[in-house]
Design a protein around this ligand. Structure first.
Ligand code: DX5
Ligand code: ZN
Length: 211
């Protein structure tokens, strides 16, 4: 199983001051910065697009882990690649040809991830695991930070880890020291945390508590 990676989601950070947010992520020792893109169609919420990522990019050296909650991911890939993304994860439930999207992300020199919502079975993405760099198991319904962890997603993490022993398996939503233990035991190694980290007095200590 690959090493534990902490990916700090900025969705619930102080969005009025992204420069400080980016610095706080660096200081916390989190390995990646998780950028939740929501288009108001795939999920009801709308967050931020590639121009905001481009604005954040100069203020961080963190690996930019873009999570596309977008109905038509193929429309966004080049925009986020040009904005400085390092990884783009799209949802299998979106309206796209997954193999084509993966090919396009790789052709632009980025890492490619494929994501499943809580109710989508592992089988939906198993055919693509050999072609991607990461599988993302949503442990909350996509749309908002600060939701409760869904324990029914644990068997899916186990199933994906069994199918892909060396792949990055990312979990996203409701991750704190208690749920981090559960998901790591199930086989996840990339832990997205937003609310837990940005609510902490000491973000570095909080990030270490997740490892
Ligand atoms: C939800 C997002 C998550 C979320 C992080 O759609 O994908 O990244 O913001 O969740 P919390 O805040 O629970 O860590
Ligand atoms: Zn996310």
């Amino acid at each position: 199983m690959p090493e534990t990676i902490i990916s700090a989601s900025i969705l619930n950070s102080d969005l009025s001051d992204l420069r400080s947010t980016a610095k706080a992520v660096e200081k916390s020792g989190a390995d990646w910065l998780h950028f939740d893109v929501m288009d108001g169609e795939f999920v009801e919420n709308i967050t931020f697009g590639s121009s905001v990522l481009a604005a954040v990019k100069p203020h961080t050296t963190a690996f930019l882990d873009v999570h596309l909650m977008a109905a038509h991911p193929q429309r966004q890939i080049k925009l986020f690649a040009n904005a400085g993304a390092d990884n783009i994860t799209f949802h299998i439930e979106s309206d796209c040809d997954p193999a084509e999207v993966i090919r396009e992300i790789h052709a632009l020199g980025l890492k490619a991830g494929i994501a499943v919502k809580p109710k989508t079975p592992a089988e939906a993405i198993i055919p693509y695991l050999a072609d991607v760099d990461m599988a993302l198991v949503m442990t909350v319904e996509p749309g908002y930070g600060g939701q409760g962890f869904i324990p029914d997603t644990l068997p899916k993490i186990r199933e994906l880890r069994k199918a892909a022993p060396d792949l990055h398996i990312e979990v996203d939503g409701g991750i704190n020291p208690e749920t981090s233990k559960l998901v790591r035991e199930a086989g996840a190694n990339v832990l997205v945390a937003g609310t837990f980290l940005f609510r902490a007095q000491d973000m570095h200590a909080a990030a270490e508590q997740l490892r």
